[in-house]
Design a protein around this ligand. Structure first.
Ligand SMILES: [Zn+2]
Length: 325
């Protein structure tokens, strides 16, 4: 019996094992202990972190080797197996000879340092990390991205200071508190109305993407807008079709710099003509399940069709849909 399709698994950046108990963020004695016995994830100015060559865990440092006492900008990520995990971002280049990843889509291998470690970014290695490391790194990048833009009060303009082990800022001028911001974005797999799960899926490409790269449709939620209304609006704007049967699939944090991708599926008339939005969508097309399966089985691309990378929720949506029906 056929079932409505689902994500092909838990999104790679939604994995996590650490305890995020917020009580420990204000418990000074506990924080001192978590530092003394803790481990630090180093981030460079681009949010990259060291990973051992071929390893699936982050190359952390004992916190006391980084500093005797907890630095004021240290970010507490959580606790796991009695170990506190922290993130520290430094603006200076932490290793020489490290190439920059060209894009979110590109495969990239950082130059190895003398100790065999390679500095990678989250999009590149997120899918390769174990559950604990994936969750820690995602949280570290999200918090660090927020702090990079939270140094001054949005209300009065005075400098802010970090409190709650990095989970809030306090304005030195007006006392306003702010907490890490997250911008919701919807992402939606649209299939046709032939059978329960359809026979074809809408894929589109933006002009700035590498040639032949396609993905499902996505857009930011506007003020005063529900997630479902955003799905319908974005699809109408981007490819000019009406959808129904909007259904939630799952979500994934996407801290580039501070989004969460909320995944949906929706159904459209199989005969609906696609009208790509000028300037925003270069091309949109219906792709058959057979062609999508071929691309997935070939590792993510066939001639004329390159899929989004394995760290993205889009890939899991497409893989789940390809396996259904
Ligand atoms: Zn203020």
């Amino acid at each position: 019996m056929s079932q409505p399709f689902q994500l092909a698994g838990l999104p790679t950046l939604s994995r996590s094992t650490v305890d995020r108990n917020e009580m420990m963020r204000t418990d000074e004695a506990r924080l001192a202990k978590l530092w003394a016995t803790g481990k630090v994830i180093l981030l460079d100015d681009k949010g990259r972190t060291p990973v051992g060559a071929g390893a699936t865990a982050l190359a952390t440092r004992p916190a006391v080797r980084v500093a005797d006492e907890r630095p004021p900008d240290a970010l507490l990520l959580g606790e796991h197996d009695d170990v506190g995990y922290w993130a520290l971002q430094r603006s200076e280049r932490l290793r020489e000879g490290v190439a920059s990843p060209d894009s979110a889509w590109g495969l990239w291998t950082g130059a190895a340092s003398e100790d065999g470690e390679e500095w990678h970014d989250l999009r590149t290695v997120g899918a390769l990390l174990d559950n604990t490391s994936a969750g820690l790194y995602t949280t570290a990048v999200g918090l660090a991205s927020w702090h990079a833009r939270a140094g001054f009060c949005a209300k009065c303009g005075a400098p802010t200071e970090r409190v709650n082990a990095g989970w809030a800022t306090h304005c030195t001028g007006c006392g306003r508190e702010e907490y890490p911001r997250t911008d919701p974005a919807v992402i939606c797999l649209v299939h046709d109305d032939r059978g329960l799960n359809g026979e074809n899926v809408v894929l589109a490409r933006q002009p700035i993407w590498p040639p032949e790269r396609y993905s499902v449709l996505a857009g930011f939620v506007e003020s005063g807008e529900s997630l479902e209304a955003c799905v319908a609006r974005e699809i109408a704007e981007e490819v000019g079709i009406a959808v129904g049967g909007i259904r939630y699939l799952g979500s994934q944090p996407w801290p580039f710099p501070r989004s969460i991708m909320v995944g949906f599926t929706a159904v459209a008339d199989a005969d609906a003509p696609l009208r790509p939005a000028d300037g925003e969508i270069e091309e949109a097309r219906w792709v058959s399940r057979a062609d999508l399966r071929a691309a997935i089985e070939a590792g993510g691309e066939i001639e004329g069709l390159k899929l989004p990378g394995p760290t993205s929720i889009a890939r899991l949506m497409l893989t789940g849909w390809a396996a259904a029906g």
